[in-house]
Design a protein around this ligand. Structure first.
Ligand code: G3I
Length: 405
């Protein structure tokens, strides 16, 4: 049973069972507790604070991430309902978890999250159908470790999207159809395909058997993924999502790709809605750093995306302190917390300015201690769930900047 799907499923079910038991025996009013030196400090979410979603209800939706097991934490879910009206699964809807082997689909954790969201009137954004990371090997790669052929990978892509987008049809409002297809660095490309991540397992498989004389290449998985998703769930809004989206080269590549694939779809015989785009939203992950965040570059990216005809969404916002090469250790000093907050305020002023084109703003984490980049204290609430200056900056950006120049 070594590494078999059955073993994977048993582990998943055991984990779910343990989580259920732990949360059932915990008191309903459970508060989280952290150890500082020899003292335990109990902490909780303050639900008397103004709601983020309510504050921005006339501008755009406000989202955050959840994991299925977190829906069992009554304090956390109460906070979530207070501040957010949309949720993205931080990991539970990635191919690695949904389909670890061909023919096996495990929706149990994702369904738990989705049922919780539905019961609480929280919309769900699907993340993510096609990604080079946290993918499922069977989709693109043979048992010998070599890329499948283009035809095999295309059939797997269609099967996966039909099953997954079909399962969640009517339950998600939108999908990150393709995530992070571009490489990590480039000059402004002549053609967007030049800037793609050529070592993505999807690119490699689609390249394996591509007929160059017909213009085929590894890049074709992107169009196929969007078309398969549109045909499976025509109600869902379709996103392309990427990071470093404020770099001029990637901004251009993303916009050019949307323009070209949307033009191609216009005359595709499978398209029954000629006035509707295929790639409808460009997702700006917005994983920034305090040292390098340039709010003018954010504005330039939003403007470029709008020019390409699509809407924009901020999909994974966080601003850890420091930089990629100089990562900060928590906690932030008072001055550092203020610097970070000023950046959040400036960003939200830009988002408000372009609100007519912005679908939503989603934070990638609820409190610093729960962030994938916890070291840099990147979020609005600290490890004790107390609001940081960044929270107040988001609630009232203009007022915050006036008071904290
Ligand atoms: O599920 C396993 C568990 O069984 C194991 O015991 C444990 C040991 O490390 O790992 C668990 O998996 C972890 C997984 O999160 C679930 O917690 C992985 O190691 C860890 O690498 C993974 O990190 C996620 C990361 O994507 C993976 O690339 C982060 O939580 C998640 O926040 C992050 O999210 C991505 C977006 O999807 C796309 N954009 C970038 C963003 C940040 O990388």
């Amino acid at each position: 049973m070594k590494n078999s799907p059955q073993k994977h499923r048993i582990i998943q079910l055991l984990l779910l069972l343990i989580t259920l038991v732990l949360f059932t025996i915990a008191p309903a009013t459970r508060t989280d507790s952290v150890k500082v030196g020899a003292t335990h400090i109990t902490s909780g979410w303050d639900l008397t604070l103004p709601s983020l979603a309510e504050t921005y209800k006339d501008y755009f939706m406000i989202g955050n991430v959840m994991s299925a097991h977190q829906t069992l934490d009554a304090n956390l879910t109460a906070m979530y309902k207070h501040h957010y009206n949309l949720v993205t699964a931080e990991n539970d809807m990635k191919p690695q978890y949904l389909s670890p082997a061909k023919g096996f689909y495990y929706f149990i954790m994702a369904d738990m999250l989705i049922n919780w969201a539905a019961a609480n009137n929280i919309k769900v954004h699907g993340h993510t159908l096609v990604w080079h990371s946290q993918s499922a090997t069977w989709l693109t790669t043979g048992v010998d470790g070599k890329p499948l052929t283009r035809a095999e990978a295309r059939a797997n892509l269609q099967e996966y999207i039909t099953n997954v987008a079909g399962h969640f049809r009517g339950k998600v409002i939108s999908w990150d159809v393709v995530n992070e297809a571009f490489s990590d660095g480039s000059g402004i490309p002549n053609h967007w395909k030049d800037a793609l991540r050529k070592d993505s397992p999807w690119y490699l498989a689609y390249e394996n058997g591509a007929d160059k004389s017909k213009g085929e290449s590894g890049a074709d998985y992107i169009y196929d993924a969007f078309v398969f998703t549109r045909l499976t769930d025509p109600e869902a809004t379709l996103f392309y999502n990427d990071y470093n989206e404020t770099d001029a080269w990637k901004r251009e590549a993303m916009a050019m790709m949307a323009e070209e694939l949307n033009a191609k779809w216009r005359t595709d015989e499978r398209n029954t809605q000629p006035d509707r785009l295929l790639i409808e939203v460009l997702g700006m992950q917005a994983h920034y750093w305090t040292d390098s965040l340039d709010v003018h570059a954010v504005e330039a990216a939003i403007a470029r995306f709008i020019k390409s005809g699509v809407k924009v969404a901020v999909t994974e916002l966080d601003i850890p302190y420091g930089s990629w090469t100089n990562q900060h250790s928590e906690p932030l000093t008072k001055e550092e917390a203020l610097n970070q907050a000023r950046l959040y305020a400036q960003l939200f002023m830009v988002y408000k300015k372009y609100a007519a084109h912005i679908d939503r703003v989603t934070f990638w984490g609820k409190a610093d201690s729960q962030s994938w980049r916890a070291k840099g204290s990147p979020l609005l609430f600290d490890g004790n769930f107390a609001p940081k200056p960044a929270y107040y900056a988001v609630i009232d950006p203009e007022g915050f900047l006036r008071a904290n120049r």
